[in-house]
Write a protein that binds this ligand. Structure first.
Ligand code: IDP
Ligand code: MG
Length: 153
């Protein structure tokens, strides 16, 4: 089982798409183990997007990600990291396939509705930036036996 950090970005929250986007992850079978609404500060943005801080687009990215609240989610499931990345689509909404979140709801490279960790190291780092360990809940559900076979867990 893997855990990944998802952010429903300020554009999606402001457009009242948070529930629809969260539903997609739930419908897919991912389990929510952490969830909160928060305002990203410039400091938090620099920590989260450390790999991008020196890039020319970073000031605009910081302006965008701090422009309103985000919904932060920790989702759990088999290969959750790549499953979520595939569901998100490409960075640029204009290049994202229909059926993906970015391809269904957006046309922008910057205002692309969702963030998802891009690998196991990033997931661990990002989850610890947004959540204390006591904010993550480990709970069994009956659905666990229906969302994937024992040898896939
Ligand atoms: P990702 O979110 O698909 O992993 P990254 O390349 O890691 O994409 O970029 C992080 C975020 O920075 C993107 O989701 C998008 O909001 C923003 N971004 C990426 N590239 C550009 C750009 O060239 N111009 C403006 N914003 C960008
Ligand atoms: Mg990225």
């Amino acid at each position: 089982m893997e855990r990944t950090l998802i952010l429903i970005k300020p554009d999606a929250v402001e457009r009242r798409l948070a529930g629809r986007i969260l539903s997609r992850f739930e419908e897919r079978g991912l389990k929510i183990v952490g969830l909160k609404l928060l305002q990203v500060t410039p400091e938090l943005s620099k920590q989260h997007y450390a790999e991008h801080v020196e890039k020319p687009f970073y000031p605009d990215l910081e302006q965008f990600i701090t422009s309103g609240p985000v919904v932060a989610i920790v989702a759990e499931g088999p290969e959750a990291i790549s499953v979520v990345r595939t569901m998100m689509g490409k960075t640029n909404g204009r290049e994202s396939a229909p059926g993906t979140i970015r391809g269904d709801f957006g046309m922008s490279r910057q205002m692309n509705l969702v963030h998802g960790s891009d690998g196991p190291e990033a997931a661990e780092r990002e989850i610890s930036i947004y959540f204390q360990s006591n904010e993550l809940i480990d709970y069994p559900t009956n659905l666990d036996s229906l969302t994937c076979a024992d040898d896939e867990k």
